[in-house]
Ligand binder design. Structure first.
Ligand SMILES: Cc1ncc(COP(=O)(O)O)c(C=O)c1O
Length: 370
């Protein structure tokens, strides 16, 4: 992981972001404010009137995320809450959205089942084809890179240039990377969406999401969507994410380094096929990943010969939690075919956690032999 100097400085500033506004005797840590309403003898000029419009705990988190993204951020109660807000704010009946055919399956379901029913023209394009696909007629080009679960990568700057040339805006799901490993807004994207449920909160104990953009009009649309739809985050959840993000950089450092070791050894293991990790020099994603990512992440894809072998591996390995989701302290893994992803029966997505790498590898190697 080689975060540039500017991102490092941003992370350091983020750790101290509350200091400026503190009066002597104020608590150093953001509070969990649960008030649903505010003292409002007169509403004129008041920014906080009712809890659906704003909460001090979300505001602390949005300020923190804003420093990392170098953009204004709007918080949502889950990654899907953030994604649906961005898509509803950016689209309308009769508009076309291009979404990844191989991205997070719930985004595809949202598009096919909800956006299409509201008159949006939904077109699916595989991540590996988006840089050369015909984008004409699209209002929104939505990409996910690396994609979940196959870790395909596309060239964000190239997609943005091509999308902008036909008048489309670009939204990037940056969940698998976080703003510390990949900076889509700096590469030309208009909007970033992310599930902070994963590495940013980092402990599998909260669902959360955010949208980041440098376009004030788009940010206003998102805030309006949140207030009108009522899909607002809880203060306790915002507080957990605020706390989790403070250790994001050290956790990512360990997770990315371990993932590199595990991916390399899996690639050399005779019982394992088709290892996907953008950090491996032989991976089809490696060339673009090196250009646009400052770390290769903590997700690995690989295949065991069939469903039974893959299930046995997952059951036998004491250091792999058999669970969906990723980016947590513990290593976790699952067969993605169980969610309907178009992958082989024996395909496993592994999320590498914080276990010391040699202990983790010994457990993985042992389960592969089982
Ligand atoms: C790439 C990606 N985006 C978005 C989401 C949705 O996040 P959440 O589960 O917080 O709604 C997920 C969840 O797994 C994901 O993997």
């Amino acid at each position: 992981m080689t975060m540039d100097a500017e991102t490092q400085a941003r992370f350091a500033a983020m750790l101290h972001h509350r200091s400026k506004g503190l009066a002597p005797g104020d608590p150093l840590v953001a509070g969990i404010v649960t008030s649903a309403t505010y003292h409002a003898p007169d509403v004129e000029g008041l920014t906080r009137v009712y809890g659906r419009s704003g909460m001090p705990t979300w505001e602390a988190l949005e300020a923190q995320l804003g420093l990392l993204e170098d953009a204004e951020c709007v918080a949502f109660p889950s990654g899907m809450g953030a994604i649906s807000a961005a898509l509803f704010a950016g689209l309308a009946a009769g508009k076309r959205v291009i979404i990844p055919a191989d991205g997070y399956y719930v985004t595809r379901l949202l598009s096919a089942q909800v956006l299409a029913a509201y008159g949006v023209d939904v077109v699916e394009v595989a991540t590996r084809d988006i840089a050369t696909a015909d984008l004409s007629g699209a209002a929104v080009v939505y990409i996910e890179t690396p994609s979940n679960p196959e870790l395909e990568v596309c060239d964000i700057a190239l997609v943005c240039a091509r999308a902008h040339a036909v008048g489309a805006i670009v939204m990037v799901d940056n969940t698998t990377m976080t703003p510390l490993l990949q900076r889509p807004l700096d590469l030309g994207a208009d909007v970033v969406v992310a599930a902070d449920t994963k590495a940013p909160a980092g402990h599998s104990d909260v669902l959360f999401g955010h949208v980041a953009s440098r376009d004030p009009a788009f940010i206003q649309k998102l805030r309006d969507w949140r207030r009108l739809s009522g899909g607002v985050p809880g203060s306790f959840e915002a507080w957990l994410v605020h706390r989790g993000i403070e250790t994001l950089e050290v956790r990512l450092e360990r997770m990315c380094a371990s993932a590199m070791v595990v991916a390399g050894r899996l690639a050399e293991h005779r019982g394992v096929a088709n290892v996907r990790y953008p950090g491996l020099s032989q991976d089809p994603s490696h060339a673009i990943a090196r250009r646009q990512m400052s770390g290769f992440g903590f997700l690995i894809g690989f295949e065991l010969p069939d469903a039974a072998r893959a299930e046995r591996f997952l059951t036998e390995c004491p250091l792999i939690a058999q669970a969906t989701s990723f980016g947590s302290t513990h290593t976790s893994g699952e067969r993605r075919v169980r969610w309907g992803d178009a992958v082989p029966q024996g395909f496993i997505r592994l999320s590498v956690g914080l276990e010391p790498v040699e202990v983790l590898w010994a457990a993985i190697a042992g389960a592969l032999e089982a």
